[in-house]
Write a protein that binds this ligand. Structure first.
Ligand code: ZN
Length: 461
């Protein structure tokens, strides 16, 4: 790589291209092509998330991408919130459509008219569905692959409940799921209560999962929303309670996107390129055979491959001719493969495997019979990634400047008053993201002295 990670922006642009994650030359601004390696990473993330949702009694759906104007344009703040971001389909062939169709920017307006038809009775609740689809938003700001784009890979959960308390329990389940996801991806995060004026349009409250980038700026990588009855009242989604009375349902949502990929790239990467968490790396192991005098190199490599296959390890073997082992080492390091197996004469003769760790830990030589330890090695490597990433967040929270000094986040004690928030925004030239729930403490507001708690001011992506 030409750029070091300390020049974060250049480094980021270079690595996504070098590692063949996405091709941003597609001739529409903010719409990029997922390349096989990048898409394999995204798919592994999707599968991990899908498995967890299935285990938590969600059912998967697939809604149409288009939403009629009528479904969208009910008088509701949710719609106003998205007004400027919609792509509209206005023609079918050469004819103008009678009813313009919006490309979904998120799926509330598509799903809730159907919820109205599906939900009749209290026994239909809770209803828990999710889908993994593309959504489209007309971004006018500077676009950046995986971070700010117009064609978004979106993972969205929608639930309906009979009571607010039950919906609150679902919010707690989301938090546990989020913990599981970020633990697998080795990502640190802050749980931030968005201020009233910056919550999701139509929500009662929004909790965002914000995290740190090596530039010192923050990025939102997940959100959960409590809707209460705000949406059900507008979309007329009701159920009959035990006494047969019609009641509006209480709703929640959970949203994530390929920003998870952006954060994986950014937080774990180094000057050599990507470092991918084993849970989702397209290849967890690359085997590099080093041709020498040993006759049975290929059959020994085949034995190793069979053993890895039996353990369910994702791996590839780099048999390319005309490339030196050194070139191959650099190539797969750049691609972020967690473990590299070097197999040469010595390994063949002693029936060993030399293992190099992408995190830079000292190489280890293990016996063929110890190959089942690979899972433990991947686990150890995940722990290393997690620890390193969490240290970065904690340093940023304790005032360390990671990138440009003016981008460094600030965490003063703040009350709930918008005036105090605005005053500090102006003072810091940063945006208030909200109060930090998982790293914060209580105290007196830095501006007015009333009760408050730790707030996050940052320059978000
Ligand atoms: Zn205050």
């Amino acid at each position: 790589m030409e750029n070091s990670r300390s020049d974060f922006s250049e480094w980021y642009n270079e690595i996504i291209e070098l590692a063949e994650l996405t091709d941003k030359r597609y001739p529409i601004k903010g719409m990029n092509v997922w390349l096989p390696y990048g898409f394999s990473l995204m798919r592994n993330i999707d599968e991990m998330i899908r498995g967890k949702f299935y285990g938590d009694d969600f059912r998967e759906v697939m809604f149409p991408a288009l939403i009629s104007r009528g479904m969208f344009e009910i008088e509701f703040e949710h719609i106003k919130g998205f007004e400027k971001e919609l792509f509209w389909v206005t023609k079918g062939g050469k004819e103008s459509l009678e009813d313009d169709l919006a490309m979904r920017p998120t799926s509330e307006a598509a799903m809730y008219p159907m919820f109205k038809l599906w939900i009749r009775d209290h026994v239909d609740l809770p209803m828990k569905i999710f889908q993994i689809v593309q959504v489209w938003r007309y971004e006018t700001k500077h676009t950046r692959p995986f971070i700010r784009i117009r064609d978004i890979h979106f993972i969205e959960c929608h639930t309906a409940h009979s009571t607010y308390e039950d919906a609150e329990k679902q919010m707690e389940i989301y938090r546990n799921e989020w913990n599981f996801f970020t633990d697998s991806l080795c990502l640190p995060y802050m749980e931030v209560q968005r201020p009233e004026w910056d919550k999701f349009p139509g929500a009662i409250y929004t909790r965002a999962f914000d995290t740190i980038m090596p530039s010192g700026r923050t990025i939102q990588i997940g959100t959960i929303h409590q809707y209460g009855q705000n949406f059900s009242k507008n979309y007329d989604v009701k159920y009959a309670d035990l006494d047969g009375n019609a009641q509006y349902v209480h709703q929640t949502t959970f949203g994530m996107s390929e920003r998870l990929v952006a954060h994986i790239i950014s937080i774990h990467g180094d000057d050599k390129g990507l470092v991918l968490p084993p849970a989702v790396a397209p290849y967890q192991v690359v085997i590099v055979p080093i041709p020498g005098s040993a006759q049975n190199l290929k059959s020994y490599v085949d034995e190793i491959a069979a053993s890895l296959g039996n353990s369910g390890i994702r791996f590839t073997i780099d048999y390319r001719e005309n490339y030196t082992p050194g070139y191959k080492y650099n190539h797969w390091e750049m691609k972020g493969v967690p473990l590299r197996f070097e197999i040469g004469d010595r390994e063949v003769k002693n029936r060993t495997v030399t293992v190099a760790f992408r995190t830079g830990r000292k190489k280890e030589t293990i016996q063929f019979t110890q190959l089942e330890n690979v899972k433990n090695m991947l686990h150890d490597l995940s722990m290393e990634l997690k620890e390193k990433a969490h240290i970065l967040l904690k340093e940023a929270l304790s005032g360390k400047v990671l990138g440009e000094p003016e981008d460094a986040l600030r965490t003063p004690i703040l009350c709930q008053d918008e005036k105090c928030a605005r005053q500090l925004e102006e003072k810091f030239s940063l945006t208030l993201m909200g109060h930090i729930m998982n790293y914060g403490k209580e105290g007196k507001c830095e501006v007015c002295g009333k009760d408050g708690q730790t707030a996050l001011f940052s320059r978000p992506y």
